[in-house]
Design a protein around this ligand. Structure first.
Ligand SMILES: *Cc1c(COP(=O)(O)O)cnc(C)c1O
Length: 407
């Protein structure tokens, strides 16, 4: 089949534009997915960027105790803030949630002789998050022995209880972040599992992923389990991401009982998973915004969630009027939280719909992606859709210029 000449030209242009970009570049996220893993997940708050500027531009107290003038620990920098935000006794910050889970397994599920100890997981929680992170594979890699309990749709506390042996290292719970099992189901609550673990003297760990610190019902979304929920139910260690519902930089946090966190601190693997001052500065500033409910919407993720539909509609109408050479119309669209959170709960948003673009919708979307700034849009039928909830209002001028150039 001969390729369509237009398609060849666009392919060449796209490759040239890609090649001429020096590595990473900012893009306008018109996807309507608030936390898009391929687009860098959570945008940072002004306060987080200022904190990076303040600490990374020069030297910082990353591993230096200013009160004693002696060596300090980077792992203690955010202790008070994270304890206040989560209610946990102690915690550690590592590179991402996957690293946090790996560190937990390596610390507790590897026996001194190198043989694996048993980690009990329900069959309905053997998750794959994406990017090749599959719980059974991570368990195998850590040397732990996976003990599956229950059935795909039903798991009972008695299933866990029967699986306990002297070799049981952990009861592991994984948050169903990117999927749902509907129908005839039964599950064991965090509180039930925590009680079972406490009776048996086996730590209960939860891979929470999303890392919500606030109740999303305030934004009209279904309840998403929070870190405080898990800690409050008595889960011994909770692992979560910094750049999902927390709205901060890429990081993984393990929060929980101090005796367990202390053992993880002594694990030599921690050195390979540690974070630097840029991450800690941005995470600290984001946590400070969480601690003040009036400041929460200074975090871009919450600002995007809170944007009223009529404001989005007015922006779409203004852009359409300004670019009257293109057939642009405001259109209701579905937005998603993304990053594996609330996968089945779309919320109302507004897209700028570009009808009948020159050369067809795919070519127009490609021109937008290769423009300056690059705009990531969605193609739906005969329109290119640019969701305005995920584009900061102060970038509407840039979006107009990109549309004009792509028109
Ligand atoms: C997203 C997610 C992870 C991985 O988090 P990263 O910070 O991307 O490593 C792990 N577990 C769950 C349940 C998740 O949702």
């Amino acid at each position: 089949m001969t390729p369509e000449p237009n398609a060849v030209v666009h392919d060449v242009l796209a490759r040239l534009a890609e090649a001429s970009r020096a590595g990473l570049t900012g893009v306008l996220n018109g996807s309507g997915i608030l936390l898009h893993t391929n687009l860098g997940r959570a945008p940072l708050a002004r306060e987080a960027l200022d904190a990076i500027d303040d600490t990374a531009r020069g030297a910082s107290n990353l591993e230096y105790d200013l009160s004693t003038g002696r060596r300090g620990s980077r792992y203690d920098r955010l202790g008070p803030l994270l304890r206040a935000a989560t209610g946990a006794e102690d915690l550690l910050v590592v590179n991402n949630c996957a690293a946090a889970v790996l560190l937990v397994l390596d610390t507790f599920a590897r026996a001194p002789d190198g043989s694996g100890r048993e980690v009990v997981v329900a069959r309905n929680q053997l998750i794959e998050i994406g990017g090749g992170f599959r719980l059974p594979d991570v368990l195998a890699r850590s040397g732990a022995v996976l003990v599956e309990v229950g059935a795909t749709n039903k798991v009972y506390a008695a299933d866990y209880a029967r699986a306990l042996t002297p070799r049981t290292a952990l009861l592991l719970r994984a948050h169903a972040s990117n999927y749902r099992i509907d129908g005839f189901t039964a599950d064991v609550s965090g509180a039930e599992l925590a009680a079972l673990g406490a009776r048996a003297g086996v730590p209960v760990v939860e891979d929470l992923g999303s890392g919500a610190l606030s109740d999303l019902r305030a934004y009209g979304l279904p309840h998403e389990r929070t870190v405080q929920d898990a800690i409050g139910e008595g889960i011994d260690l909770v692992a979560f991401s910094g750049d999902k519902l927390l709205g901060g930089p890429q990081a993984g946090i393990v929060a929980g009982r101090s005796a367990l966190v202390k053992r993880m601190r002594a694990n030599p693997l921690l050195r390979a998973l540690r974070v630097g001052s840029i991450t800690l500065a941005a995470l600290g500033a984001t946590l400070r915004l969480h601690l003040d409910p009036a400041a929460r919407e200074r975090i871009p993720f919450y600002r995007m969630l809170a944007a009223p539909l009529d404001a989005l509609h007015a922006r779409a109408a203004a852009l359409a009027a300004r670019l009257d050479g293109l057939d642009l119309r405001a259109e209701r669209a579905d937005g998603y939280v993304g990053a594996g959170a609330l996968p089945t709960a779309p919320f109302a948003s507004v897209a700028l719909a570009w009808h009948a673009p020159r050369g067809g919708v795919d070519a127009a979307a490609a021109r937008l992606r290769c423009g300056a700034p690059a705009v990531v849009a969605r193609v739906d039928g005969d329109r290119v859709l640019i969701d305005l909830r995920t584009i900061p209002p102060e970038r509407d001028g840039d979006l107009a210029a990109a549309l004009e150039a792509a028109g």
